[in-house]
Write a protein of this length. Structure first.
Length: 381
């Protein structure tokens, strides 16, 4: 029986972690066990939880201060557990503030022979590049999902392999009208969806603005329908009780289906914006941090764009409205441009196709990741 520790602190990491676990179980004829930190998807694949990702997930630099004591306790529990169980490998998924620290403590304090594989790189090329030296010292293998990341790590002589993007492994394009029918929308109306984020604090910061945008668009055109894409873990009734959701349908069972059949999506920066791009759905990106976190980020972040689509294209393909620019007036104006100007809309769709084509030469991401992890852990144990 192979035994692994797997750590994810994000909703997207939970989804990718569950897919990786599924493939690894297939490779090992189900003779494999997983302990660690994850969410609903990883639990459904058989993760034995040492904690839940919701308990340690934070947004911004100042927000993390509140959770330092509990995160410190969790770190110590993990170190003790790993020392006792002596697993075959440790798999880290994104979530760098916690994961890099864990790898460092394992190698420094326990000094056990444990292969450490990082699946889905932290965005150290965007800010705090100095962490690359910690990765070089404490991580055995980087499995990355963007082509430029492999070049970045090889510049520092770090063992990295570009696999492609895991989203394209599972996603099969569907007929938008058929999806609209399945979800209960009118195929003759334009569907505008909003995705305010995967954490409560993100919803609090973004949803009021997005609802204001919807109210403005609703007054301008009766031929629009509106929906909120929500992670299954959120309580729909809580959203309805705290926000004016009149004429906004909540879709929480298959939010990606909603994203695919939307004419336009208004999304909070994160994995969802790239998923929209790979599906060919034009979107508008918003993001807001606390004031202090924003000031700190401006001193640290060294890239021009916040959305991965624009980073890959090295230009604005999908509009970004960040911090003080994330107003309902700005987003409404941009939405009207996309919804009313067919030439502009179609040019965005073409640019999204160009971004998607960059990934099409890489397939079987999870299968290849599982094989590499298996080989590394066998070799080092």
């Amino acid at each position: 029986m192979k035994r692994y520790i797997i750590i994810s602190g994000e909703t997207s990491g939970d989804i990718y972690g569950s897919s990786l676990m599924k493939m690894m179980k297939k490779n090992h004829s189900n003779q494999v066990a997983f302990w660690g930190i994850g969410g609903k998807s990883m639990l459904n694949e058989g993760l034995v939880p040492l904690d839940l990702s919701d308990n340690i997930s934070v947004v911004g630099f100042t927000e993390i201060l509140k959770k330092i004591p509990s995160i410190h306790q969790l770190m110590n529990r993990l170190l003790q557990f790993i020392d006792e169980v002596k697993p075959d490998g440790l798999i880290l998924i994104d979530f760098p503030g916690f994961n890099i620290r864990l790898a460092k403590k394992l190698k420094q304090k326990l000094k056990i022979k444990l292969p450490i594989i990082y699946f889905i790189s932290p965005q150290i090329w965007a800010w705090n590049e100095g962490r690359v030296h910690l990765i070089k010292k404490y991580i055995d293998k980087m499995l990355v999902i963007f082509p430029f990341e492999e070049k970045f790590y090889k510049k520092y002589n770090i063992d990295a392999t570009y696999l492609g993007h895991p989203f394209l492994d599972d996603w099969v394009p569907s007929d938008s009208k058929q999806i609209k029918n399945q979800l209960g929308f009118n195929i003759n109306k334009k569907l505008i969806s909003i995705f305010p984020g995967s954490r409560i604090i993100e919803i609090q910061k973004h949803l009021p603005t997005y609802i204001n945008v919807i109210n403005r668009l609703k007054k301008q055109n009766e031929n629009y329908e509106f929906a909120l894409g929500l992670a299954p873990s959120f309580d729909k009734q809580m959203i309805r009780n705290n926000y004016n959701m009149k004429n906004i349908k909540i879709v929480d069972e298959e939010p990606l289906k909603l994203l695919e059949c939307s004419e336009l999506a208004i999304v909070t920066s994160g994995t969802i914006s790239l998923q929209a791009s790979l599906m060919g759905t034009p979107c508008i990106v918003g993001y807001k941090l606390s004031f202090l976190s924003w000031i700190i980020s401006q001193m640290l972040i060294k890239i021009k764009y916040i959305s991965m689509t624009n980073i890959i294209a090295n230009k604005i393909v999908i509009p970004e409205y960040i911090q003080y620019r994330m107003t309902h007036e700005n987003i409404t104006n941009e939405a009207n441009k996309l919804l009313k100007d067919d030439t502009y809309y179609n040019s965005v769709v073409t640019e999204l196709e160009n971004v998607k084509n960059i990934f099409l030469n890489k397939k079987n991401v999870m299968k290849n990741a599982a094989n590499i992890i298996h080989d590394i852990c066998n070799e080092k144990n």
